[in-house]
Ligand binder design. Structure first.
Ligand code: PNS
Length: 162
């Protein structure tokens, strides 16, 4: 595979996402992790913070780069000549919506979607759950990269000094 895009909100990136990036980077010559700029959805981390974190966590993957996009993913793909989207599929609950999006993206832009079955270690994991657990003081160690752990603490416990 030539180029593939891994799109998402990544608010924040989890170890499940990272596993998908790594595996996609073996299949594709070049992988673009693309952060959606969504002006209508409130987020914990700004797009700039998410990009910074993502760049840190994919630093050891030479063929993976990080970018952001606004609007339709198929437009982003067309402008950059990206033929394929790669996404992780965690469970049957993901399937209906992912299939709808894959079919729409193919119809709109002829862009293929390839699914990587998520590592079972992370099949229950989502960015929203990470935020919820961390907000209430639960540990998310091992579920997100270390680059996220420190920043989560700083966001959620601004007075803390470590
Ligand atoms: O991490 P998320 O929020 O589940 O990712 C969803 C994302 C960004 C992949 C999806 O919402 C998307 O592609 N949005 C861009 C707008 C778009 O192209 N919408 C039509 C999808 S068929």
């Amino acid at each position: 595979m030539r180029v593939a895009v891994c799109p998402g909100s990544f608010d924040p990136v989890t170890n499940g996402h990272l596993d998908v990036f790594r595996r996609a980077s073996v299949l594709a010559d070049r992988v673009i992790v693309a952060v959606l700029i969504n002006k209508t959805k409130s987020s914990l981390f700004t797009v700039e913070e998410r990009i910074e974190i993502l760049r840190e966590v994919v630093a050891d993957l030479p063929n993976v780069e990080v970018d952001s996009f606004y609007g339709l993913l198929v437009d982003y793909c067309r402008e950059r000549d990206v033929p394929a989207i790669v996404k992780g599929l965690r469970a049957v609950s993901d399937f209906d919506y992912e299939l709808q999006m894959a079919q729409m993206n193919y119809r709109l832009g002829g862009v293929e979607t390839l699914f990587i079955s998520t590592n079972p270690l992370y099949s229950y994991l989502s960015s929203s759950l990470v935020k919820e657990v961390a907000t209430h003081g639960g540990s998310v160690e091992g579920l997100v990269p270390d680059a996220v752990l420190g920043r989560l603490r700083a966001k959620l416990e601004p007075g803390r000094s470590d």
